[in-house]
Write a protein that binds this ligand. Structure first.
Ligand code: ZN
Length: 344
C-alpha cells in the first residue's frame, strides 16, 4: 500500500541546482546558488524580475569561491547586460550580507534591511571592535576550559573579513507595510531567535514564501544566545515561527539553504518538535548540576570540533535558558564565576 502524504507532506521541488547558474524557480524569480567554503557549503539567493533590472534578496559571503559563482551568474543569459536595482537582506549574517557592499557599488543599488538587523551589522562591522574577543567572558562563564578559549577564538569567523564594508546607501524597511518586489506585493513576516529582526516575505496571490533562514528544509537554523543579545532566543524562535503555520494554501518555500519545498505546516511542526526533543534530552542530563560546556555532548550527540564550539555553546545556553524560563530547571552562579543548571 502506498502512503498518500497529501497536501500537507513535505515535497521538494527540485534538486537540479548548480552553483553560479541562475534557475527560474517560479515565473519571474531566479534562484541563484552560491558556494561557501564551510560544512554548510552554499546559500541560495533570489533575484526578482523588475521592469528595469532585478531585486536581489541576500548576497552571499565575501569569499573567493562565492565571487567566482557571482561572476559566472552575472555573465549568464538571465543577468548579462542587466542591473541589480536594489538589494534586500533577510538578516545580518555574513552569508546573507557579505557581498552587499560589492554588489551595491557595482550597480549603484541601495541595501534595504530591517532596523534590528542593521544595528547588529553596523556594530559588528566596526573595524575597531573584535566582537569575537568580547565573547571570551561569556564562554568562560559557561564552562569552556581555559586552555581551549584561544583556539575557539581563532576558529571563529570574523565579521569584518567575511563582510565587505556595508554600502553607504542603506534604507530601513518598514516591517509593518507590505513591500513590492518583482511585480508582486509581499507581506513581511518578522522572525526572532535566529537573528534579532529577520525578514521573510510572503506573496498571497501566488502562494510564495521567501523564508530566509527562519524555515529551512533538512537543517535547523542556529538559535544562540550571544552577549548583549536576546537571552531567551529559543522562546522567541518557537513563538515567531508560529506565524508561518497559517500562511497561504500550500506555499512554495524558497529557503536560504537546501532545496525549495512545499509542506510549510509540517515543517513548522518538525522544527518545534526538534527543539522540544533537545529540551527533553537536556532535562534528562541535568539530573545533576552541570554547566553548558558539560551538556554539549548530550545536546549534539557527539563531540564538537573547535570551529563548532562557540555556536554550540550559544545554542546550549539558548536551550538551558529556555528550561529556566519555563520553570523546569534552576540556575546558579558558582564562586568560580561559572553558571550551572539543574533540573527541578
Ligand atoms: Zn542566518
Amino acid at each position: 500500500m502506498t502512503k498518500d502524504i497529501g497536501a500537507l507532506g513535505i515535497r521538494y521541488i527540485t534538486d537540479k541546482i548548480t552553483a553560479g547558474e541562475p534557475l527560474e524557480i517560479v515565473p519571474g524569480i531566479l534562484l541563484l546558488r552560491l558556494s561557501m567554503p564551510f560544512a554548510l557549503d552554499h546559500i541560495n539567493v533570489y533575484l526578482l524580475k523588475e521592469n528595469d533590472g532585478w531585486t536581489l534578496i541576500d548576497c552571499g559571503i565575501n569569499t573567493p569561491i562565492t565571487q567566482t559563482d557571482w561572476n559566472m551568474a552575472l555573465d549568464s543569459c538571465f543577468l548579462r547586460g542587466s542591473r541589480i536595482t536594489k538589494i534586500v537582506a533577510t538578516h545580518h549574517h555574513p552569508d546573507h550580507v557579505g557581498l552587499a557592499g560589492w554588489i551595491a557599488n557595482k550597480f549603484d543599488a541601495p541595501l534595504l534591511m530591517s532596523k534590528g538587523e542593521f544595528e547588529v551589522a553596523d556594530r559588528y562591522s566596526n573595524p575597531k571592535r573584535d566582537v569575537v574577543l568580547e565573547r571570551i567572558q561569556f564562554w568562560q562563564e559557561h564552562g569552556l576550559p581555559h586552555e581551549l578559549r584561544n583556539e575557539v577564538m581563532d576558529n571563529m569567523p570574523r565579521y569584518t573579513k567575511n563582510v565587505v564594508p556595508l554600502p553607504k546607501n542603506i534604507e530601513l524597511i518598514d516591517t509593518n507595510a507590505p513591500i513590492e518586489m518583482g511585480g508582486r506585493l509581499w507581506t513581511i513576516i518578522t522572525g526572532r531567535g535566529h537573528s534579532p529582526e529577520h525578514l521573510s516575505f510572503f506573496n498571497a496571490r501566488d502562494d510564495i514564501l521567501i523564508s530566509g533562514d527562519q524555515i529551512l528544509p533538512k537543517i535547523t537554523p542556529n538559535i544562540s544566545v550571544w552577549p548583549n543579545g536576546d537571552q531567551n532566543p529559543l522562546n522567541s524562535y518557537l513563538t515567531s515561527i508560529q506565524q508561518f503555520s497559517s500562511l497561504g494554501k500550500d506555499p512554495i518555500i524558497l529557503p536560504s539553504h537546501k532545496i525549495p519545498m512545499r509542506g510549510l505546516k509540517v515543517r513548522v511542526s518538525e522544527l518545534c518538535a526538534h527543539h522540544k526533543l533537545k529540551l527533553a534530552i537536556l532535562l534528562d542530563a541535568l539530573h545533576t548540576s552541570k554547566n553548558c560546556y558539560e551538556i554539549l555532548p548530550a545536546l549534539f550527540n557527539r563531540n564538537l570540533n573547535l570551529a563548532e564550539l562557540s555556536f554550540g555553546l550559544g545554542e546550549g545556553v539558548a536551550h538551558l535558558n529556555y528550561l529556566v524560563a519555563t520553570g523546569l530547571a534552576t540556575t546558579e552562579l558558582n564562586q568560580d564565576g561559572c553558571t550551572t543548571y539543574k533540573a527541578k
